[in-house]
Design a protein around this ligand. Structure first.
Ligand SMILES: CC(C)(COP(=O)(O)OP(=O)(O)OC[C@H]1O[C@@H](n2cnc3c(N)ncnc32)[C@H](O)[C@@H]1OP(=O)(O)O)[C@@H](O)C(=O)NCCC(=O)NCCS
Length: 171
């Protein structure tokens, strides 16, 4: 299966919003409350992706397969690193999503590596991200050599879930 990793066009943000919400629903159904998932707005996420594309300050890429978007990544300078680790982790993987039907084909790794490459060429050699403990994606991050650094309780609507912060001290 031949996929492509490339910069999205501004008018692809609607499709990115749909992929984002679909990936969220398939990943977090049963983990966070159904009520929270129902509040996710394709339009709001499409607008967020559009603003990221327009600003071009961060690393935003899509994975496409036969012309359709099947994956998204957003990597940026650190934003949510706890203050006690802020000197250690300067980059952040903000989001990475691959449509479920296309998991385990190497697309996630290609998106992840693209973000790492962008950070390194921006002079940043460390990275941090948050993942929910019960999300199997944490095993993907471990496969990418991430190390669990810190835990916190994250409220999602009426449910509270356990989050883990993973770090890469040397990319
Ligand atoms: C996490 C995610 C992006 C991984 O994408 P993917 O395309 O399936 O990953 P890849 O095929 O590139 O896998 C790379 C390696 O990680 C391993 N891996 C991927 N997912 C894994 C999992 N759930 N458990 C264990 N290993 C996993 C693969 O086996 C592969 O190992 P290899 O190097 O030995 O071949 C994808 O599962 C996803 O989109 N999940 C839903 C959204 C999500 O949870 N995003 C993260 C929010 S914090």
């Amino acid at each position: 299966m031949h996929y492509e990793i490339r910069e999205p066009l501004e008018d692809e943000s609607d499709e990115m919003g749909r992929v984002h919400v679909k990936a969220w629903a398939t990943t977090y159904g049963g983990i966070v409350s159904e009520q929270y998932i129902r509040t996710l707005s394709v339009e709001a996420h499409a607008e967020d992706w559009k603003q990221r594309i327009i600003s071009s300050a961060d690393f935003v890429r899509v994975a496409t397969l036969e012309g359709r978007i099947v994956g998204l990544v957003h990597t940026c300078f650190a934003r949510t690193v706890p203050v006690e680790f802020s000197h250690e982790f300067l980059g952040e993987l903000n989001s990475i999503y691959v449509v479920k039907e296309y998991h385990r084909l190497g697309i996630g790794r290609a998106l992840f590596d693209g973000g790492v490459h962008w950070l390194k060429t921006s002079g940043i050699n460390s990275m941090f991200l948050w993942v929910i403990d019960s999300n199997p994606a944490k095993h993907f991050y471990e496969r990418m050599h991430g190390i669990p650094i810190v835990r916190k309780q994250i409220p999602f609507a009426e449910k509270v879930v356990e989050g883990i912060g993973y770090g890469w001290r040397s990319l």
